[in-house]
Design a protein around this ligand. Structure first.
Ligand SMILES: C/C(=C\COP(=O)(O)OP(=O)(O)O)CCC[C@H](C)CCC[C@H](C)CCCC(C)C
Length: 395
């Protein structure tokens, strides 16, 4: 978001050794994202888990780490820096500092889409004013959504991915032994408690009779859990996982921001869930890289199910048609032609980059496409929030 800051999730891609081959990892996730890499790691995880012991995996991790150094040295793609470590992006340097490791587990780079979503929701409420109290309430809501609940989400995701990470990313905090499993469990429980507690406190602060923010936080935490943890582990399913990711990064923080300052209405719920389909499209972009591994594992990602040619058109269709439908709603449903025109103007460069990068080679150019097009999508979200806010303020 959800991503890259505006990575509607974004992630810096590096190469990672996977089962003897090199995989391109990292998504400019929406935020959005930012699931670990392309879905290969996460998807191959279960089989590996079933077939091998943790010890076995750890020894492979050592080897993989060595190979990784050699291969990435060749390509020079690893982004090794302290900043990368702190942001939780791939290729960051390892550290012994426990607090830096704890921060790395929360992948701060993935907080951005959620923070942005709160901003869009606050704009859509039509009630936000630049008073110290409103600014403070927004900042607390952003903290609840970003560092606390996204931090919880990412930490729990790493916890449940620890065995496959031992192969794919042996230098991650858990497989490398930099932090113990118990410490990680304590961390995600503490973040969850902080997120839920802050949501409840915010409800009190703004005088909600029904603790809407608390309910949203509980719902979001539940989705986070079933996304990463067995038995559901939604991330293993192409459609459900991608939609859960896209919608959680677009809809949930928006709803929180809007509920904070105004009313969360059914039309906005429907609109943002529709908008989340564009988030789904963005998540699917990242599946092109992992076709081979997914096919081997019998995973029906969209590119596996439909083939690259059809899937790439479905992907851009999802992204473009969704936004075009929202623009039409701004023009015709809300009678906000200026905002409709701005949103349309923001869709055009995305189509341009689809033709320039994604359509010619979705496997090779996925990152380039995400990096070029996503900022326009993200500002389209804000435009939509402002349009709704303008409309609500005029009612
Ligand atoms: C853990 C997430 C992505 C990582 O996915 P994956 O493991 O496939 O990729 P990596 O292997 O690269 O790690 C994000 C999952 C998002 C989740 C479905 C829902 C997030 C919910 C929000 C944090 C809740 C916010 C609620 C609030 C705004 C009221």
């Amino acid at each position: 978001m959800m991503a890259s800051c505006v990575n509607l999730p974004g992630q810096i891609r590096t190469s990672v050794v996977h089962s003897g081959s090199i995989r391109q990892h990292g998504k400019i996730a929406f935020a959005p994202t930012q699931r670990k890499s392309t879905l290969p790691g996460r998807r191959l995880g279960n089989t590996v888990r079933a077939a091998q012991s943790t010890e076995d995996l750890k020894s492979k991790a050592g080897k993989a780490g060595e190979e990784l150094k050699v291969k990435t040295g060749e390509t020079g793609e690893v982004f090794k820096s302290n900043v990368a470590q702190l942001l939780g992006v791939r290729g960051g340097e390892q550290t012994a500092d426990k607090w830096k490791i704890r921060l790395q587990l929360t992948k701060p780079v993935t907080w951005v889409p959620l923070i942005w979503g709160v901003l869009c929701g606050a704009a859509a409420s039509g009630n936000f004013t630049w008073t110290p109290e409103h600014v403070a309430q927004s900042l607390v809501c952003m903290t609840m959504s970003g560092p606390f609940l996204t931090g919880y989400t990412q930490t729990i995701n790493d916890y449940y991915d620890r065995e496959i990470d031992a192969i794919n990313e042996p230098n991650r905090p858990i497989p490398s032994g930099a932090i113990s499993e118990t410490e990680v469990v304590v961390q995600f429980l503490a973040l969850l408690a902080a997120g839920l507690g802050t949501a409840f406190a915010l409800d009190k602060w703004v005088g909600h009779e029904t603790p809407t923010l608390f309910y949203l936080a509980v719902f979001g935490s539940f989705i986070s859990y079933i996304y990463s943890a067995p038995p559901l582990k939604l991330k293993q399913s192409g459609w459900a996982g991608n939609y859960a990711l896209g919608s959680s990064y677009i809809s949930l923080p928006w709803w929180a921001g809007q509920a904070l300052f105004g009313n969360l209405t059914l039309d906005v719920i429907v609109l943002t869930m529709l908008y989340s389909t564009a988030g789904l499209g963005i998540a699917i972009v990242n599946d092109f890289k992992s076709i081979e591994g997914d096919r081997k594992m019998g995973l029906e990602s969209l590119p596996v199910a439909f083939g690259v040619e059809t899937a790439k058109w479905i992907t851009v269709g999802t992204i473009d048609v969704t936004q075009a439908a929202v623009a039409a709603y701004l023009f015709l449903g809300l009678n906000e032609p200026l905002y409709g025109a701005i949103l349309t103007a923001l869709i055009l460069p995305q189509i341009f980059f689809q033709y320039k990068y994604f359509i010619p080679d979705p496997i090779k150019n996925d990152v380039k496409y995400q990096a070029s097009a996503q900022p326009f999508l993200v500002f389209g979200l804000l435009t939509t929030g402002l349009a709704i806010g303008h409309h609500n303020a005029g009612l």
